[in-house]
Design a protein around this ligand. Structure first.
Ligand SMILES: [Zn+2]
Length: 111
């Protein structure tokens, strides 16, 4: 029995992130975590970061969300690498979680 090729899940996740950020630029919803707790989630500022990227301002995009660019590029690159294993997903999840913690520490100077 021949197995069906797996969908490039990282590529789909990267495209989902870009689509979500594009929707955030157009729609500009507030972050529920930020509005309830005052804490910034890993995705806070990603809409503004994408808007800055569209304007060609990479430095401003990094200021708004330093994780968005590396995450999307990493997932796009990883989409071509097979197989995509749970361990890699856990590393990406740990990186995103670590960024979410880091950006709420008092010494973090970016948004
Ligand atoms: Zn947020």
């Amino acid at each position: 029995m021949k197995s069906r090729p797996s969908a490039p899940l990282p590529l789909l996740v990267a495209l989902g992130l870009l689509g979500g950020a594009a929707a955030a630029v157009a729609w500009q919803p507030g972050c529920p975590l930020r509005s309830l707790t005052g804490l910034k989630c890993p995705g806070c500022g990603s809409g503004r970061a994408l808007g800055a990227l569209v304007d060609g301002n990479v430095i401003q995009a990094i200021y708004w969300n330093a994780m968005l660019g590396p995450l999307v590029v990493g997932l796009l690159v990883a989409g071509w690498q097979k197989p995509w294993r749970l361990r890699r997903w856990m590393l990406w999840g740990a990186a995103v979680l670590g960024f979410g913690i880091l950006r709420n520490l008092p010494f973090y100077l970016l948004y």
